[in-house]
Design a protein around this ligand. Structure first.
Ligand code: CA
Length: 221
């Protein structure tokens, strides 16, 4: 498993990375919250310090949770009840208080990983009403007819279909297609969306939820 260690204290980060590697995992170190937001794709789990030089760790957590379901363990010297409760409510899977013994930390990492990865299953095919998507072949069919989609249009459609009936936020889409939820490539998203809608040629299939994102719906009879 690849763990991303978000920690600005070099000595602490080195000790954590050594322990993580000694237990057979890979460690990726970043010291800034903004780097955590850019590099989370390569991480299957995230260890997050709260006192970071550029962003507060709780803000990093909130933003990460908009775009990733990867388990996040907060590791902080902040031991007040308010911070712990906020961290867990914002979506942390565990909250550990520094200093912590490395053996305890590794046991917590394993416990969180066991819970998290039981549910994860690879999806190879998606069916949403008349829409069929073959993820492996990267092909989409509407009522049996293959759609001639660009790579980005396909990614966008697969993402929406994977969450059919629920809103996918613009941040999630930008993050999934461009690897960065918080940098402005929004205009090109609009272009791909227009192209995809034209090819689907089914009004009401991609619903714009104003100010939030988009939802794929099965068209009514
Ligand atoms: Ca710190």
């Amino acid at each position: 498993m690849q763990l991303m260690i978000v920690e600005d204290d070099d000595a602490v980060a080195t000790a954590l990375a050594d322990a993580v590697r000694a237990s057979g995992h890979d460690a990726l170190r970043v010291s800034r919250g903004s780097d955590a937001l850019l590099q989370h794709h390569s991480a299957q789990m995230i260890l997050l310090d709260l006192g970071l030089p550029d962003l507060d760790g709780l803000e990093v957590l909130r933003k990460l949770r908009l775009v990733t379901n990867a388990p996040i363990i907060i590791l902080s010297a902040r031991n007040d009840e308010r911070s712990v409760v906020r961290g867990l409510r914002l979506g942390a899977d565990d909250y550990l208080i520094k200093p912590i013994g490395l053996a305890v930390l590794l046991a917590r990492i394993d416990a969180v990983a066991r819970r998290a990865f039981v549910q994860t299953q690879g999806v190879s095919d998606l069916q949403v009403g008349p829409l069929h998507i073959d993820i492996e072949k990267r092909a989409a069919f509407l009522q049996g007819h293959e759609l001639a989609l660009t790579a980005k249009e396909f990614d966008l459609l697969a993402l929406l279909a994977n969450h059919a009936g629920s809103v996918v936020t613009r941040e999630q889409i930008l993050d999934s297609l461009w690897g960065d939820a918080f940098v402005a490539v929004s205009r090109s998203l609009d272009v791909h969306l227009t192209g995809l809608r034209a090819k689907l040629n089914t009004p009401g299939m991609i619903v714009n939820v104003r100010g939030v994102g988009y939802r794929l719906e099965t068209p009514g009879p």
